[in-house]
Design a protein around this ligand. Structure first.
Ligand code: FAD
Ligand code: NAD
Length: 523
C-alpha cells in the first residue's frame, strides 16, 4: 500500500508473523520509496494502460490479471492495476501477489485497513467490478433503513433481530430544555468508561461512537439547528448510560433532532467502521532528545476523546498532494513520579513522542508544522486490553527506541491501579546514551518506587558506557526476565522495530513463556 507502513496488503506469512499481527518490511530498491511512488503518480504516466478510461471489470477479467507483470486487485468493489506499484510495496511483491487477480479486501483489512489506498492508488484505478464481490460490513443491526428519515425524538424501532443481537444493540433517545439538547445512549453494558466514548460535533454534524469490546455503536446526525462549540459527555458507568449534552446556539424549540447520516444508529464490528479524523491544533513542540520531540495536540472543544492505555492513533497529512497516514502512540506529558493518585488526564490534549528521521517522509513533514497549525488525528485503535495486566504480579516492559511510547501509560496505569503488582521492570534498548528517552525521569522513578526497576542496554555505546550492551538476545532476556516467585503471574510487553519484536517474542517462547504471557505492540 500504499501508505505507510509495512505492508498494506496480504497478511504476513507464518515465518514473518510477529506475535499477534506483526508484519514484515522488505528492503526496497533505491528509488522505490513512498515519496518516489507519489512522484511517479504525479508524473502523468499512464499507470493503468487504459489511457485514463475507466472500465467495468468482470470477475473473469479480473482473474486474468494475476501475474507480476500484469496484476489487478479489487478492493471494496474498485479494481486497481498494481503492476507499477509492485516494487514500491513495503511488504514486498510476494505479499501483493497473494491478492493478484482477486478481491483483496479482506486481506487488505487484516493488515492495514487504515491505509488510504484510494489516495495512494488513484492513478492505478481501472474501474469498478460489474458484480461487487466485496463483503458488505457485517452489521449486527442497522436500524437506519427502518428508521424515519427524520429523527423525531422517538426511540428508533428495533429491527427484527436474533434474540441475542437484539439484546446487545444499544438504543438512544433525546430531550431538550430551553438552552440544551441531551442525547442519551443506552449501551446496555455495565462498566462503560470515558475511554469507550468518542464524540465529535462540528458544523452541526454530531458523531458519537461507543466502543463495546470489538463492536462499535454509532449515532451520526446532521443537527437541525446550530449548537455552541463546547459540549459535555457524562457516563453513568455502572448502568452503561452515555449522555451527550449540547448547548443550543439559539433558545428555540427543536421539533426534531436532525437528519440521520449513512451510518447512523448502526452497531457493527469495530474493524468494519471507517476511521474518523478531526483536526487538532499543534499547541507545543519540545525536545526530548537530539532527534525526538514531544508534540502536544489540542483537541477541539467539541471533541470528547481519550486514548486508552496501549492504543495508538493515526495522524494524516497531505504530502505532495497525497494523503499519508502513520500510527503514533500517545504518551503522558511526563512520567508522574508520585503514583499514589491516578493521573488525571484532562482529555483536552494528546501528547506524542515522535522521532524525526532525517529521511522520513512523514516525520519530516511533521517537523515542519508550526505551533497553531492543524493536523488530522484519528480515533484510537489497538488490541491491548487493560484486563491483560490487571491481575499481573510481575510486569516486564521490553522497549527499543520509540517502542518506549506504549510503555508510558502502561507504567502509569499499573503502578497506580494494579493492586497485586509486585515488580515492574523496564528493559530499554537504545543505540547510544543520547538516544535514551526520559532517562532522568525513569531513574528518578526507580528511586522513588521500589516496585520499579529500569535497565538500559545500548547497541552502539561509546567507550565510557559501563552499563549493559548488546541487542536483544536469549541470554540478556534470561538474565532480566525472571518471575519474582516460582509461579507468579507475569505479563511481558514488547515494542520496537519489527525484527526486535519478532526476535524478542521468539526468545521469550524459547525461554518457556506462553503466548498469553506476551503482548507485542504492533499496528
Ligand atoms: P519513512 O519515510 O517511512 O522512512 C524513512 C527512513 O526513516 C527509513 O529508511 C529508516 O531509515 C527510518 N525509519 C522509518 N521508519 C522506521 C521504523 N519504523 N523503524 C526504524 N527506522 C525507520 N514512531 C514514533 O516516533 N513515536 C510513536 O509513538 C510511534 N508509534 C507507533 C505506533 C505504531 C502502532 C506503529 C506501527 C509505529 C509507530 N511509530 C512511532 C512509527 C511511525 O508510525 C513511523 O513509522 C515513523 O514515524 C517513521 O515515519 P516516516 O514517514 O518519517 O519514515
Ligand atoms: P532504533 O533504530 O534507534 O533502535 C533502537 C534499538 O532497537 C537498538 O539499539 C537495538 O537494540 C534495537 N534494534 C534495532 N534494530 C534491530 C534489529 N534489526 N534487530 C534487533 N534489534 C534491533 O529504533 P527507533 O528508530 O526508535 O525505532 C523504534 C521502532 O519502534 C520503530 O520501528 C517504530 O515503528 C516502532 N514502534 C512501534 C510501536 C507500536 O507498534 N505500537 C510504537 C512505537 C514505536
Amino acid at each position: 500500500m500504499l501508505n505507510v507502513p509495512p505492508q498494506a496488503f496480504p497478511a504476513p506469512s507464518s515465518q514473518q508473523r510477529v506475535a499477534a499481527s506483526g508484519r514484515a518490511k522488505v528492503p526496497l530498491k533505491p528509488g522505490r520509496s513512498l515519496m518516489d511512488w507519489i512522484q511517479l503518480t504525479k508524473s502523468g504516466k499512464d499507470l493503468t494502460g487504459l489511457k485514463g478510461r475507466l472500465i467495468e471489470v468482470t470477475e473473469d477479467e479480473l482473474a486474468k490479471h494475476n501475474k507480476k507483470e500484469d496484476c489487478w486487485i479489487c478492493i471494496r468493489g474498485f479494481v486497481y492495476n498494481v503492476t507499477p506499484y509492485m516494487e514500491y510495496h513495503p511488504g514486498g511483491e510476494d505479499e501483493l501477489m497473494k491478492a493478484a487477480g482477486t478481491d483483496g479486501t479482506d486481506l487488505f483489512d487484516q493488515v492495514h485497513r487504515w491505509v488510504n489506498y484510494e489516495s495512494m492508488l488513484k492513478e492505478c484505478l481501472v474501474g469498478r467490478m460489474t458484480v461487487k464481490p466485496v463483503a458488505a460490513p457485517k452489521e449486527i443491526s442497522s436500524a437506519l433503513s427502518e428508521e424515519k428519515k427524520r429523527l423525531n425524538g422517538m426511540l428508533p424501532e428495533k429491527k427484527a433481530l436474533g434474540a441475542s443481537a437484539k439484546d446487545l444493540t444499544p438504543s438512544y433517545d433525546w430531550f431538550q430544555t430551553d438552552s440544551s439538547i441531551t442525547i442519551v445512549i443506552y449501551t446496555k453494558k455495565k462498566e462503560m468508561n470515558a475511554e469507550s466514548v468518542v464524540v465529535d460535533c462540528q458544523d452541526k454534524r454530531l458523531r458519537g461512537e461507543i466502543i463495546m469490546d470489538d463492536h462499535s455503536y454509532l449515532i451520526e446526525v446532521d443537527l437541525i439547528h446550530a449548537v455552541q462549540e463546547d459540549m459535555t459527555v457524562n457516563i453513568a458507568e455502572k448502568v452503561g448510560k452515555v449522555e451527550i449534552t449540547l448547548k443550543k446556539k439559539d433558545n428555540i424549540h427543536w421539533k426534531i433532532l436532525g437528519h440521520p447520516l449513512e451510518s447512523h444508529n448502526t452497531f457493527i464490528k469495530r474493524t468494519d467502521r471507517g476511521l474518523f479524523y478531526r483536526k487538532c491544533k499543534l499547541a507545543s513542540k519540545t525536545e526530548v532528545t537530539h532527534d525526538t520531540k514531544l508534540l502536544c495536540l489540542m483537541l477541539p472543544k467539541s471533541t470528547h476523546l481519550q486514548v486508552p492505555t496501549g492504543q495508538h492513533i493515526y495522524l494524516k497529512q497531505i504530502i505532495a498532494g497525497t494523503e499519508v497516514v502513520k500510527p503514533y502512540t500517545p504518551v503522558l506529558p511526563s512520567l508522574p513520579l508520585d503514583f499514589k493518585e491516578p493521573f488525571h488526564r484532562d482529555g483536552a490534549y494528546i501528547y506524542l513522542m515522535i522521532k524525526i528521521y532525517s529521511s522520513g517522509l512523514f516525520t519530516q513533514a511533521l517537523d515542519h508544522l508550526q505551533i497553531g497549525d492543524y493536523i488530522s488525528v484519528s480515533n484510537p485503535e489497538g488490541n491491548f486490553k487493560k484486563s491483560q495486566v490487571q491481575t499481573s504480579e510481575d510486569l516486564f516492559l521490553l522497549a527499543a527506541g520509540t517502542g518506549f511510547t506504549p510503555m508510558v501509560k502502561l507504567l502509569n496505569f499499573t503502578l497506580t491501579e494494579v493492586s497485586c503488582l509486585r515488580t515492574v521492570k523496564l528493559i530499554f534498548f537504545n543505540k547510544t546514551e543520547d538516544d535514551i528517552l526520559w532517562r532522568n525521569q525513569l531513574e528518578q522513578l526507580a528511586l522513588k518506587d521500589e516496585r520499579f526497576e529500569v535497565q538500559f542496554i545500548l547497541s552502539q555505546p561509546t567507550k565510557d558506557w559501563v552499563g549493559k550492551q548488546g541487542k536483544i538476545s536469549s541470554s540478556l532476556l534470561s538474565e532480566f526476565v525472571k518471575r519474582s516467585r516460582k509461579d507468579s503471574k507475569v505479563l511481558i510487553c514488547i515494542c520496537g522495530p519489527t525484527p526486535f519484536t519478532e526476535q524478542g517474542v521468539q526468545y521469550l517462547k524459547d525461554l518457556g513463556y506462553c503466548q498469553e504471557e506476551i503482548h507485542a505492540f504492533t499496528a
